[in-house]
Design a protein around this ligand. Structure first.
Ligand SMILES: *[C@@H]1O[C@H](CO)[C@@H](O)[C@H](O)[C@H]1NC(C)=O
Ligand SMILES: *[C@@H]1O[C@H](CO)[C@@H](O)[C@H](O)[C@H]1NC(C)=O
Ligand SMILES: *[C@@H]1O[C@H](CO)[C@@H](O)[C@H](O)[C@H]1NC(C)=O
Length: 472
């Protein structure tokens, strides 16, 4: 992110680690095919060698894509003969030479021959990223060189026979005009909307490469919108044009991008998420940062991008997505948070559980089992059946209706609709019980998934009745 990047407060975090195998299992069951990508930045002095990282990810996680901020040969070759595909990046400063009308194509071919050809296909490189967040640059020459450089690179890849590599570039959200946060009002920044993005989107359509964005609710929240940014229950943002309610800022940002693209006639072009994440530590006084916050954000995002849930305007779509970030990076300059976006410690134990670890550790990984610390998770996930989430006695209908509105954004609420098995008795209490339980079960049955701002409680009495079956 913004390529900014101090030592880990590992001891502190260790107390919060969720390492119980049972909780990985529960999360895997809830999120069955959570294949996802990660950004692998290495601006740190405490990380394991790339070969060990590649072997660990391949053997012990469901991570299937890795994005690099450069084209370092040690990193590219580390992923040879693994099921993990790579996105590699060119530095921003290379773009002007690639854009040159006379020599750009030769330069691009030479770059591909030097940096990719030796490693492909043993390493499955699927994306080549032309710079990072170029449109943030105040240098007009750099901005003008972006699309020509992308075209030369795509042509060079074809000429060099690397047909499996597509070209794109990650954009920051400032490509959108300032707006009121209503997704259907979004548009690209004036100037870009007519000159830059129509031909760029046409390039994506022609080459089948995704339009890549870096949505960062982390950069947009304030203490009023924290729950909205973290996929936690909240009032939501109503879009009067589409009559859709947004209960997450990430959804709203993705739909804003989609709206801007559609306005130009390119709603069909795939959107990929180049970076999005949440830090676990920040400078003193910054609210909304911590292990729980980071986990809630990334879990919520995974549900949107990997489960097939999609967003309100793009239901059932999946988005090629790279979580920011694999490791904390202790050598990054800038605020403390910049160094603490990681999901794994250098010894491969998770900083928090995202359900991305495979349970078994049967194949040849460098570091067989993430060394389980004896501490139990503060909120252990039960592994067996026999637990349901229901409204607390005395919870108000208003609160329960909010729970329904929220949870129905994530779970199938057909059973409580007219004709559904759990429609009768047709009251808020009964409907809330059904969807609160469905939400709790789908998220891995952590106690906090049944909190609902203090309106839910876990019970061992099966609330099922007649043909209305509550999952457990
Ligand atoms: C390379 O990775 C892509 C994306 O993950 C996948 O679809 C493709 O099958 C992989 N190719 C090979 C040869 O493994
Ligand atoms: C959150 O915002 C409110 C109102 O803007 C402010 O009074 C309060 O101090 C803020 N809380 C924190 C922890 O910053
Ligand atoms: C969205 O929320 C608003 C305000 O809470 C409410 O009036 C409206 O009925 C909701 N719309 C939908 C489609 O859920």
């Amino acid at each position: 992110m913004r390529n900014l990047h101090p030592p880990m407060m590992k001891m502190l975090l260790a107390a919060l680690l969720v390492v119980a195998a049972a909780s990985f299992r529960a999360a895997d069951a809830a999120l069955p095919s959570m294949a996802v990508g990660v950004n692998y930045g290495a601006n740190a002095d405490n990380l394991p060698p790339p070969k060990d990282v590649a072997a660990f990810l391949a053997a012990h996680t469901t991570i299937d894509r890795v994005k690099l901020f450069d084209a370092n040969p040690a990193f590219i070759s580390a992923f040879a003969n693994t099921p993990i595909s790579l996105a590699v990046s060119l530095p921003n400063s290379d773009l002007p030479s690639l854009a040159d009308k006379q020599t750009g194509l030769d330069t691009a071919r030479a770059w591909v021959r030097a940096n990719l050809s030796p490693y492909v296909p043993a390493t499955n490189v699927t994306l080549l990223l032309a710079g990072n967040e170029i449109l943030l640059s105040p240098d007009p020459n750099l901005v003008l060189s972006l699309l020509p450089a992308m075209r030369r690179l795509a042509q060079a890849l074809r000429l060099e026979g690397l047909t499996g590599v597509r070209v794109t570039t990650p954009h920051y959200l400032g490509i959108l005009a300032p707006s009121d946060g209503i997704p259907s009002n979004a548009r690209f920044r004036p100037g870009y909307d007519t000159k830059l993005f129509p031909p760029m989107l046409q390039f994506h359509r022609d080459t089948g490469s995704p339009f890549m964005v870096n949505p960062y609710p982390y950069f947009s929240y304030n203490n009023q919108t924290l729950d909205y940014a973290l996929f936690r229950p909240n009032r939501g943002v109503y879009d009067p044009n589409t009559k859709l309610n947004y209960t997450s800022m990430f959804d709203a940002q993705m739909d804003a991008i989609y709206t801007a693209m559609k306005r130009l006639g390119y709603g069909d072009v795939d959107i990929a998420v180049g970076e999005a994440g949440w830090p676990t530590q920040a400078d003193p006084g910054q609210v909304g940062v911590g292990v729980e916050e980071a986990r809630d954000f990334n879990e919520g995002m995974l549900r949107v991008v990997s489960s097939g849930k999609g967003t309100p305007l793009m239901p059932n779509r999946k988005f090629e997505t790279y979580i920011f970030s694999l490791f904390d990076e202790n050598q990054k300059p800038g605020p403390i948070a910049e160094k603490h976006f990681g999901i794994l410690n250098p010894d491969f134990t998770p900083i928090y559980d995202l359900g991305l670890l495979r349970q078994s550790s049967d194949s040849g990984a460098p570091n067989p089992s993430p060394n389980p610390s004896p501490n139990p998770s503060p909120k252990p996930a039960p592994s067996g059946g026999g637990k349901w989430c229901v409204p607390k006695a005395g919870a108000s209908d208003t609160d329960l209706q909010n729970n329904i509105n929220y949870a129905c954004g994530y779970v199938d609420c057909k059973p409580i609709q007219s004709g559904g098995a759990c429609f009768d008795p047709n009251n808020v209490q009964s409907h809330a019980a059904f969807v609160m339980n469905a939400f709790y079960q789908a998220n891995g049955r952590h106690d906090y998934d049944c909190d609902f701002k203090g309106t839910g409680v876990v019970t061992s009495n099966d609330p099922s009745y007649g043909s209305c079956k509550y999952v457990s």
